[in-house]
Design a protein around this ligand. Structure first.
Ligand code: PGA
Length: 257
């Protein structure tokens, strides 16, 4: 059985004092049940890069994993303003969100660039959480699956069979991010099933059965249960609702069936 993955994406919110307070409150809400929760779910938070050292320190001894929201694909070099995989690794980062829709649409990241980052994460033994998702327009024109499967194919270019087990996919319809309009569990499930089928076709049944495909887009404490109880929805990537300890702790406790 696949473990669920509940991931918080803090985006460009919080300063160091608020971040420490949030982590302390999340730990207070989760750590006491960590053993029970840990049996069937993993929990991760992705702070802004500059807060990773502080959050890493505040997470010492916790089972909560540390993620990054983005990274460069090179190990080092003249790339002003960028953060490299080894820098993240050095602070215990295990997961990197790659190709988030805000990176694609605001910062014009291309599928080629996103693929380089996926490969760099794998090279450094971090789990890339490859984000895919259609815009409102694409959704309205019935192109959701085309767009998602295209982004998936290009994002996974040159990812070998063995590395595929280390990849996670996030389906995040752009029209659902930060809008309060989440995809219905049935809508999301059908896209997740199509993603899994595409992975099956290329990587075979074992890897398709193992890969985690999580949903993101206005996930909150009220809708998480119905989403993650679907067979192909293996967790949630949570933005706004991950910034409040009580709602995040409730999402972490999602009922999965
Ligand atoms: P949201 O963001 O939960 O605030 O919609 C999700 C995301 O962008 O990952």
């Amino acid at each position: 059985m696949r473990k669920k993955l509940i991931a918080g994406n803090w985006k460009m919110h919080l300063g160091p004092v608020e971040a420490r307070a949030l982590i302390a409150a999340i730990r207070a809400g989760i750590d006491r049940d960590a053993a029970a929760l840990g049996k069937d779910r993993d929990v991760m938070v992705a702070p802004p890069a500059i807060l990773i050292p502080a959050v890493a320190q505040a997470l010492a001894g916790s089972s909560i994993m540390l993620g990054a929201q983005n990274m460069h694909y090179e190990d080092k070099g003249a790339f002003t303003g960028e953060v490299s995989p080894p820098m993240l690794k050095g602070y215990g980062v295990t997961h990197v969100i790659i190709g988030h829709s805000e990176r694609r649409h605001i910062f014009h990241e291309t599928d080629v660039l996103i693929n380089r980052k996926v490969l760099a994460a794998l090279k450094h033994r971090m789990t890339p959480i490859l984000c895919v998702g259609e815009t409102q327009d694409e959704h309205d024109n019935g192109r959701a699956l085309d767009v998602v499967l295209h982004q998936l194919r290009l994002g996974l270019e040159n990812v070998g069979d063995d590395d595929m087990t280390a990849v996670a996919i996030a389906y995040e319809p752009v029209w659902a991010i930060g809008t309060g309009r989440n995809a219905t569990p049935e809508q999301a499930e059908s896209v997740h099933a199509a993603i899994r089928a595409a992975i099956l076709e290329r990587y075979g049944p074992e890897r398709a059965a193992a890969v985690r495909i999580i949903y993101g887009g206005s996930v909150n404490a009220d809708n998480v249960d119905s989403l993650v109880s679907k067979p192909d929805i293996d967790g949630a990537l949570v933005g706004g609702a991950s910034l409040k300890a009580d709602s995040f702790a409730r999402i972490v406790r999602a009922r999965t069936r």
